[in-house]
Design a protein around this ligand. Structure first.
Ligand code: FAD
Length: 577
């Protein structure tokens, strides 16, 4: 993977005066100016190639790798990751539509370094895409577009923008169409940028909008089919929601780096800060949150290749769950940093407040936490335990989560609006049954098994609570949203168990010995399910102690900086349906 290379480059660029120098990025934040130098460095490194699938001449063939790249950038500066990574979101409709004309055209622009924006939201629409009023009407062989998209990332800097437009005045699910607009090719005066909006976080990003006044676009601006826009957008969101969680992982990396430094430096009452039990336990909780977030994000990225027909559920879980989990982690870290988490001028720690502000946008865009959770709540009755958990002959997640497993190319034709099953959570009973008792010392292995069995019982209780529910099309009740949240926690626990089973490497090392990282994840999950285990404090205490005492060990269960290797298990993807 080129992740290690990017990581090394960013480290170099972070030296004083370099494009990623924290002082330079802070100055951009304070001046609300675009971090152009950092984005130019990423262009020069070749990041745009990762926004374009291999099929169209780019280098994007693995979502897990793409997540790892964006995570590295976010770990240094979330604003830069949001500002640059937006081009993936802007282009994704063209890749999902899989029509060579628009996709080839867009690929050429992206590979040439052109930023692309994605215009879905309208001032009066918000999350309700069916309320969109930007209209496209036929005009000769092309179209005339009128209306506004706002707020939109890169709306002013991006010469290109994919927009969702109403093509049937009646609207409705088949009433919208996606167009790729090249602003440079529209008649003068028909496209007007809307002013940059001051923002609470990601202050340097180009958050603005666009107004179209009978802007003429050619026939080849059409992406997908007329009337197929909403479906195309909903399928594209399944990929972008997974990609978005890498921003949260990077924010978590950044925060844990600051916390680790603080634990190494801070002395109170004549002792190291970690001598305080509360500090160790809180730090350990923050670490466990990072591991659990990684397990969900990585499973989702691999699932995109292996079980794309399940992605409506997997992506909703990932987008609702991971940013929320990391939001909580940042609060824990901020709490421990105390004044240094609040003061912006203390050398080495000033970045925390910016990072926390920047991250607040992640739960909000590409479908807020509640939009994703509501979507999940509506289909839960179809996914309840015991219903169509696995497809006949489908590979277990343990198989496709193996380190050496090489995912097949993403097949966007297999994306579906409604998932037939959830094979990650469906695997939970088997994962618990197959937990080997010889993983670590007997006491630790017993504890891991006991936590896993408690998770299985919580999952069965969820199944019982879902038994009387029916799929809903309208707004879900608060009780249904809580069921969806419980589903997310169960999914996260299953993802952690599957990763543990798939990766022998994770049974060793500081975090893995005695299944420590897994126990941290399971303890968190059980707390989220209101079944907090008595062992939790002790597990967090150990994780927190390790954070402070192993400064050189990455806080990660993913080794995504390993070099590319051919698949050693000879595995070839087995379509799940
Ligand atoms: C910095 C920034 C960058 C952005 N970039 C882009 C971009 O590039 N392209 C783009 O198209 N848009 C972009 N957006 C818009 C973003 O996607 C919207 O904020 C989002 O669509 C939600 O709209 P809204 O904030 O107006 O909230 P509303 O839709 O008005 O929602 C209000 C509240 O209701 C909740 N809610 C909404 N629907 C449901 C539901 N079904 N069930 C339960 N609760 C619900 C929401 O979570 C929220 O709490 C950006 C926004 C920001 C702030």
């Amino acid at each position: 993977m080129r992740t290690a290379d990017l990581e090394a480059r960013i480290a170099g660029w972070s030296r004083p005066g370099g494009p990623f120098d924290p002082a330079v990025l802070t100055a951009h934040d304070e001046a609300e100016s675009f971090p152009a130098e950092a984005c130019a460095a990423l262009d020069a490194w070749g990041l745009p190639e990762y926004y374009v699938p291999v099929r169209y001449g780019g280098r994007q063939d693995r979502l897990d790798e793409f997540l790892a790249l964006l995570r590295r950038i976010a770990a240094r500066d979330l604003t830069v990751a949001v500002a640059h990574g937006k081009t993936f979101l802007g282009g994704v409709c063209a890749w999902v539509a899989q029509e060579d004309g628009p996709a080839d055209l867009l690929a050429r622009h992206v590979l040439a370094g052109q930023p692309v924006a994605w215009g879905l939201t309208e001032p009066d629409g918000g999350s309700d895409l069916l309320a969109g009023s930007l209209t496209a009407t036929r005009h000769g062989s092309g179209w005339l577009l009128s209306g506004r998209k706002w707020p939109v990332n890169n709306a002013t800097r991006g010469n290109l923008m994919c927009v969702l437009a109403r093509t049937d005045p009646q609207g409705g699910p088949r009433g919208f169409t996606v167009f790729l607009i090249d602003k440079r090719a529209t008649p003068a005066g028909t496209v007007r940028p809307l002013p940059k909006m001051p923002t609470h976080g990601i202050r340097g990003a180009d958050i603005s909008g666009v107004e179209l006044r009978a802007a003429r676009v050619p026939a080849h601006a059409l992406v997908g089919t007329v009337g197929g826009g909403l479906e195309l957008v909903l399928k594209s969101l399944q990929l972008t929601r997974i990609v978005c969680v890498s921003l949260s992982l990077g924010a978590g990396d950044h925060a844990l780096g600051l916390l680790r430094r603080f634990l190494g430096e801070r002395r109170l009452y004549g002792r190291d800060l970690v001598a305080l039990p509360h500090v160790r336990v809180t730090a350990g909780r923050a670490v466990a949150r990072q591991f659990l977030a990684e397990a969900v994000a990585h499973t989702a990225a691999r699932a995109a290749h292996q079980v794309p027909e399940e992605l409506s559920v997997v992506s909703a879980v990932a987008k609702a769950f991971v940013p929320t989990l990391i939001h909580g982690q940042l609060r824990l870290v901020g709490d421990l940093l105390g004044a240094r988490g609040f003061l912006t001028g203390v050398e080495g720690y000033g970045g925390f407040a910016k990072l926390e502000r920047d991250h607040q946008v992640v739960p909000l865009f590409d479908g807020s936490t509640w939009v994703n959770r509501a979507g999940l709540a509506g289909v839960l009755p179809l996914l309840r335990p015991g219903r169509r958990a696995t497809a006949p002959g489908a590979a277990s997640p343990v198989r496709w989560l193996r380190e050496e497993h090489r995912p097949a190319p993403l097949d966007t034709r297999r994306l579906r609006l409604s998932a037939p099953r959830d094979s990650v959570l469906g695997a939970l009973p088997t994962l618990v049954a197959e937990l080997t008792g010889n993983d670590g010392t007997p006491g630790a292995a017993d504890q891991t098994a006991s936590l896993a069995r408690a998770l299985l019982r919580a999952y069965e209780r969820l199944g019982a609570d879902l038994a009387g529910t029916r799929p809903t099309g309208g707004a879900p009740s608060t009780a249904a949203l809580r069921l969806a949240e419980r589903y997310e926690w169960c999914f996260a626990g299953a993802a952690a168990l599957a990763l543990h089973a798939a990766r022998p490497r994770l049974h060793d090392g500081p975090w893995g010995r005695d299944g420590l990282w897994l126990r941290g994840c399971l303890a968190l999950v059980l707390e989220g399910l209101d079944s907090g285990p008595s062992a939790a404090t002790q597990v967090y205490d150990r994780l927190g102690t390790l954070l402070g005492s192993t400064p050189d060990v990455p806080v990660s269960v993913l080794d995504d900086t390993a070099p590319d290797e051919p698949a050693r298990d000879g595995s070839v993807e087995v379509p799940a349906a």
